[in-house]
Design a protein around this ligand. Structure first.
Ligand code: IPE
Ligand code: IPE
Ligand code: MG
Length: 243
C-alpha cells in the first residue's frame, strides 16, 4: 500500500544556479537570473497541480558568506523579481509569505516584501512561502529565545513547554510541515532548510541544475512521493491506514 496522495506542501532548495552559468562560460550571476524563470515555472506547475503550499529556499542564513558582489546581486534580484511578479501572483490567487530574518535587508527589499504580502493577503489558491535569510537553526534558536522570555516574565512554566508549544513559535503554521522536499543541483543535504518541520518529510534529490528544472522534474518527484509509504514511526494496517 503506497501513499498515493498528492503532497499538500512541497519545499524546494533551488540549487545549482552558479554551476549552470559556469558550465556555459558565463558569470554565476547569469545563473541566478535564469533561476527566476525556473521558479516562475515551478510556481505555475504547482498551481496547475493543485498544490496547497510551495516553499522555495531563495537565500540561506549562510549565503552571506559569498562574495559581496554576488550577495548584492541576489538582494537586488529579489527586489526586482518580487516587484515584477506581484501582479501575476495576485491574479493567479497566490498568497505570498516571506520567512527569515528581515532585519539586515535594505529598505527596498523590506518594502517589496511588505507590498507583496499585503497585496496577496486574501489570495487562497496556493500559498507561496519564500525563505530569505532563513536558516532552520536560526528559527529554532529564535523560538527558544521567545519561549525563554515567557518563562522569565513568569507567564510560562518550563514543564508547559512541549513540541506542540514549540510549534507555535515557528515561522510556518503548526499544521503545515512539508510533505515533500525536493533539492535540485545534485547535492544531498538540507543546507539548514526547515530543520524542525522536516522531521517526517519525504526527501527527493535531482541532479538537474535549478535553471534546467521543469515541470517534468516536479512530476517525477510527485510520482516518487506517491509511491512511498509514510508511517511516521507507526505501522500500516491491512487497509493501508495508520494504526
Ligand atoms: C542556488 O544556486 C542559489 C542560492 C544559493 C542563492 P547556487 O548559487 O548555490 O549555485 P551553485 O550551487 O553554486 O551551482
Ligand atoms: C542552499 O544552497 C540554499 C539555497 C538554495 C538558497 P547552497 O548552495 O547555499 O548550499 P550548500 O552551500 O551547497 O550547502
Ligand atoms: Mg549551491
Amino acid at each position: 500500500m503506497t501513499n498515493r496522495d498528492m503532497p499538500k506542501h512541497i519545499a524546494i532548495v533551488m540549487d545549482g544556479n552558479g554551476r549552470w552559468a559556469e558550465r556555459r562560460g558565463l558569470n554565476r550571476l547569469n545563473g541566478h537570473k535564469e533561476g527566476i524563470d525556473a521558479a516562475r515555472r515551478v510556481v505555475e506547475a504547482c498551481i496547475k497541480k493543485g498544490i496547497d503550499t510551495l516553499s522555495l529556499f531563495a537565500f540561506s542564513s549562510e549565503n552571506w558568506r559569498r562574495p559581496p558582489s554576488e550577495v548584492q546581486f541576489l538582494m537586488t534580484l529579489l527586489v526586482t523579481s518580487i516587484n515584477s511578479e506581484r501582479a501575476s501572483l495576485f491574479e493567479n490567487g497566490v498568497r505570498v509569505s516571506v520567512i527569515g530574518d528581515r532585519e539586515p535587508f535594505s529598505i527596498d527589499l523590506k518594502e517589496a516584501i511588505r507590498n507583496i504580502e499585503n497585496k496577496t493577503r486574501e489570495c487562497d489558491r496556493m500559498h507561496l512561502v519564500l525563505a530569505v535569510n532563513y536558516g532552520g537553526k536560526w528559527e529554532i534558536a529564535r523560538a527558544a529565545k521567545l519561549i525563554a522570555e515567557q518563562v522569565v516574565d513568569g507567564s510560562l512554566l518550563p514543564e508547559e513547554i512541549n513540541e506542540g508549544f514549540f510549534d507555535e513559535f515557528m515561522q510556518l503554521s503548526p499544521d503545515s510541515s512539508p510533505d515533500l522536499f525536493i533539492r535540485a543541483g545534485g547535492e544531498h543535504r538540507l543546507s539548514n532548510y526547515y530543520l524542525w518541520q522536516m522531521a517526517y518529510t519525504e526527501l527527493y534529490f535531482v541532479d538537474c541544475l535549478w535553471p534546467d528544472f521543469h515541470e517534468n522534474h516536479l512530476t517525477d518527484a510527485i510520482t516518487s512521493y506517491s509511491n512511498r509509504q509514510r508511517r511516521f514511526g507507526g505501522l500500516l494496517g491491512d487497509d493501508g491506514v495508520l494504526c
